[in-house]
Design a protein around this ligand. Structure first.
Ligand SMILES: [Zn+2]
Length: 859
């Protein structure tokens, strides 16, 4: 209303103006206002999604800058720098009136999301004054190219259209639109320009971690992730986050939520309902517009169990995260239709027939999805704002009282108690109900035994966690709380010594209280994930990503779980907790290791993470390709060589398969390589990438690697490479999980027998130390075979015999229990270090990183 008054008083002021000046103004003003904004076609020369066209990030930047300069509905913000140093832009789109009060709207969104000190009446008032905040991104996975292009169309429609729906959205919503992987968008568009093929890049589309840029959202290690996390958890606190991906399940156009079970037990139930609510609205709009081929829930493997994706980490912050996976390519592609996909079902009520598909069709579908979300946000702005407060407030209350998060573990405990109660009755001779004892009474006694578990003080959720300052690896504790802080978790530090539950803590202890809005994230980072035993028809159902990941355990942080209410001389940290500096002599030791890391043409995520972890910790690895590795005389240049990918016959995992396919997609000739590299943006000296062409072939690898080790080199094999190296160097080891088949012969286990889809397991080291190590697809165990004269094998660590599972889900633990996990083989002057755990796992397990560092630094 205030803006309306301002306008009418401005008009009133104009009236006394002399007539000729007024006439001139009246002529000029409409011309200025009506000078049309350039459409994508005007600016780029083609429609968004036109056949064979991909706009680059440079083009997007230029276009958005032009629109922002000329539209009063749009502002641009630089939210950070990419890994290759480009500016990372975000468009803020809303009504001119809202754009004038962005700081106030941000502050309202923040107060509601954090909920602290805001009561119900205040929350209602804030919801009234605020605006819904909706985040929509594109291009996180840069080769999912049309999902990336779609935001150009979205922004254009929001600033260029003037219909009632757009005006209403502008009034009610602040829309944040972000190309979240600018480096990738540039690399893919430039490559496509010369190859007419999406992909086939010589390097990863995010400098270090490629596709795993969507696996980094609780560690927040990469620059792009950090920029996004700052917008989500420190600046804008969007109530809805929409993360665009490709590609759809075969024969369909798009996967949309809701998602299949299980969802994560730490997440607020209003998030689960919120996803359904938004998704239903989206699916309804697709069908209403007659857009066929939209599949949900059981139609794909996506779930809400896992934390760590751009979308999924929002769940632990009371935000509604939406993912879609759409079909599309800049090259027109046939959409083939199988007979199975013709029959509708509840998750797929409107099937699509076979036809030719164009990127423009994809862009249109994605606008339906975008506008469905924006329409809902405009219609239910107050509810969205109030609900995020409601969740935050509930989480603060849960953290301020006694609460029992129900997990399969807790249910098992209850089941156990019930069985014990029945046993006791049996011993007392009262098991069988007496004639006069009714069934309900027996049921009540059993129910009381069960209820007792949900009231057992020892099984309560924690009120907080204390990380002592005098722990062995305090740097790990600091790195851990920094990750928490980057995702908006409040962390305190003790200014003086204090005592809790009979234990004395020195000043400097770090304290994380659970009475905060983002309590689900706090619990998820400290507590084990107890994934349900999800087996159907004897076959384990693979979770969408890992089953367990507890970051505090991976990092080897010492902490105490406090179950009683507690306080102390605590101050809230206002900035990121400072990292303790690395001692100068340690720095020098690390920098002096002459270290080679094999990297393939096209890049590899495992290698990329290893590269990042080593650099982050002061090592200076040199990336070498097949040419250097097979040329021999490696010992002259290097002390250590790390293999994390590339060797043939690695582990046969899906990931290894994908890597192998990528390796096969190398350009045919030197000339093709030169053409490709010349087209790339000047992010680095691409000439050095040329040497990474070629594949590691068995016949060419064995001799130079054996020679390197015999001459005193240290070979380190991680992930799938551990088993591959054991085989190639014919070490007296057998890797993998084995059983005896019906024919009496040894064979590899099947998924029905052994299945660990990314879980933390207890690994016991020589000397009694133990740690939580990641076990997933490419991880393994070893048996030591008959000794060989020239090789001395030593087991340095074993998978625990008892209590193997620490977090996640393990099916068929007996196949690992007690077997070797880390093995060293001495050959000649050198050694081979094989790690059966995922020692690097997405940059997270500091505990196993330390083991690797020790090997690298050993004299
Ligand atoms: Zn994707």
């Amino acid at each position: 209303m205030a803006e309306g008054f301002a306008q009418s008083s401005a008009e009133a002021n104009m009236l006394p103006m002399p007539l000729p000046r007024l006439a001139a103004l009246l002529l000029v003003l409409p011309l200025l206002a009506q000078r049309p904004l350039p459409s994508p076609k005007d600016f780029l020369g083609h429609d968004v999604g036109a056949d064979h066209c991909l706009a680059s990030y440079t083009q997007l930047q230029a276009y958005w800058k032009e629109l922002a300069a000329r539209s009063d509905r749009m502002r641009l913000q630089t939210i950070g720098q990419t890994s290759y140093g480009q500016e990372m832009l975000m468009a803020i789109v809303s009504s001119p009136g809202n754009l004038e009060r962005l700081d106030e709207l941000k502050s309202i969104a923040r107060r509601l999301a954090k909920a602290e000190g805001v009561d119900r009446a205040q929350a209602q008032a804030l919801a009234e004054q605020g605006r819904a905040v909706v985040w929509i991104d594109g291009g996180l996975h840069a080769t999912e190219s049309i999902a990336g292009q779609n935001i150009l169309e979205l922004v254009w429609r929001m600033v260029g259209r003037d219909d009632a729906e757009v005006r209403r959205i502008l009034d009610e919503v602040v829309l944040l639109v972000c190309p979240v992987n600018p480096d990738g968008m540039e690399l893919v568009a430039k490559t496509y320009g010369v190859t007419r093929r999406v992909g086939g890049l010589p390097v990863l589309y995010q400098r270090y971690v490629g596709h795993d840029n969507n696996r980094d959202h609780y560690l927040v290690s990469q620059k792009e992730t950090e920029a996004v996390a700052r917008i989500f958890y420190a600046e804008w606190f969007p109530q809805i986050v929409y993360n665009h991906h490709q590609s759809a399940p075969a024969g369909t156009v798009i996967f949309t939520p809701p998602f299949r079970d299980p969802f994560n037990y730490h997440v607020d139930p209003l998030v689960v309902r919120g996803i359904e609510w938004v998704a239903t609205h989206m699916n309804q709009r697709f069908t209403s517009e007659g857009k066929a081929g939209v599949i949900s829930r059981g139609g794909a493997g996506y779930s809400t169990w896992w934390n760590g994706g751009l979308r999924t980490t929002t769940y632990f912050h009371n935000m509604i995260g939406i993912l879609t996976e759409v079909f599309g390519s800049p090259n027109p592609t046939a959409l083939h239709q199988s007979l199975e996909r013709r029959l509708p079902n509840g998750d797929y009520p409107l099937p699509i027939g076979g036809r030719m598909w164009h990127a423009r069709d994809t862009v249109e579908y994605l606008q339906t999805a975008n506008f469905a979300i924006l329409e809902l946000a405009a219609n239910y702005r107050r509810r969205l704002l109030f609900d995020i407060w409601q969740m935050g407030d509930r989480q603060i209350r849960l953290g301020s009282g006694d609460h029992w998060t129900v997990t399969p573990r807790l249910v098992d405990a209850a089941r156990q108690r019930r069985a014990e109660a029945a046993e006791r009755r049996e011993e007392a001779g009262g098991e069988v109900p007496r004639e006069d004892e009714s069934q309900p009474r027996v049921a009540r006694r059993e129910s009381e035994a069960v209820e007792a578990v949900f009231k057992d003080p020892a099984l309560r959720d924690a009120r907080g966690y204390v990380l002592p300052a005098d722990q062995k690896d305090f740097e790990a504790a600091v790195r851990f709380v920094r990750a928490l802080q980057k995702t908006g978790v409040d962390v305190h530090r003790a200014t003086q010594g204090f005592e809790v539950a009979g234990k004395r803590y020195a000043p400097g202890a770090l304290v994380v209280l659970t009475a905060q809005a983002f309590r689900p994230h706090v619990l998820d980072m400290f507590e084990p994930q107890w994934h349900p035993h999800d087996v159907r028809d004897g076959e384990p159902v693979r979770p969408y990503d890992a089953a367990g990941w507890t970051l505090a355990l991976q990092m080897g942080v010492e902490f105490d779980r406090v179950l009683e209410p507690f306080g102390g001389p605590f101050e809230k940290l206002t900035g990121l907790c400072p990292l303790p500096p690395l001692a100068a002599d340690e720095q020098a030791r690390r920098a002096a290791v002459r270290l080679a890391l094999y990297d393939a043409w096209g890049g590899n995520m495992e290698t990329g993470w290893t590269h990042w972890v080593l650099q982050e910790n002061g090592f200076r690895p040199e990336l070498i390709g097949a040419e250097t590795l097979t040329a021999g005389k490696l010992r002259e240049r290097f002390d250590a060589l790390i293999l994390h990918a590339g060797l043939p016959a690695g582990g046969g995992t899906e990931r290894a398969q994908r890597g192998a396919e990528r390796a096969q997609a190398q350009p045919e000739s030197r000339q093709d390589v030169d053409t490709l590299l010349a087209a790339l943006p000047p992010f680095e000296d691409w000439n050095q990438v040329k040497a990474r062409r070629g594949r590691l072939e068995r016949d060419k690898v064995v001799a130079p690697v054996r020679e390197f080790v015999a001459a005193g080199g240290r070979l380190i094999a991680l992930g799938s490479q551990a088993a591959a190296v054991a085989r190639l160097l014919e070490l007296p080891l057998r890797a993998g999980t084995w059983t005896t088949g019906d024919d009496g012969q040894q064979r590899r286990t099947t998924n029905r027998e052994f299945f660990i889809p990314g879980s933390l397991l207890r690994l016991e080291l020589e000397g009694g130390r133990h740690l939580a190590a990641m076990f997933r697809g490419s991880s393994t165990a070893f048996d030591v075979l008959e000794p060989k004269p020239d090789v001395e094998v030593k087991v340095l660590g074993r998978w625990a015999q008892d209590g193997l599972l620490v977090s996640g889900w393990a099916h068929g633990e007996k196949f690992l229990a007690g077997r070797a996990a880390i093995v060293e083989a001495r050959i000649g002057e050198g050694s081979v270090w094989l790690c059966g755990a995922d020692a690097i796992y997405r940059g997270q397990p500091l505990a196993t990183h330390r083991l690797l560092f020790d090997v690298l630094l050993r004299r």
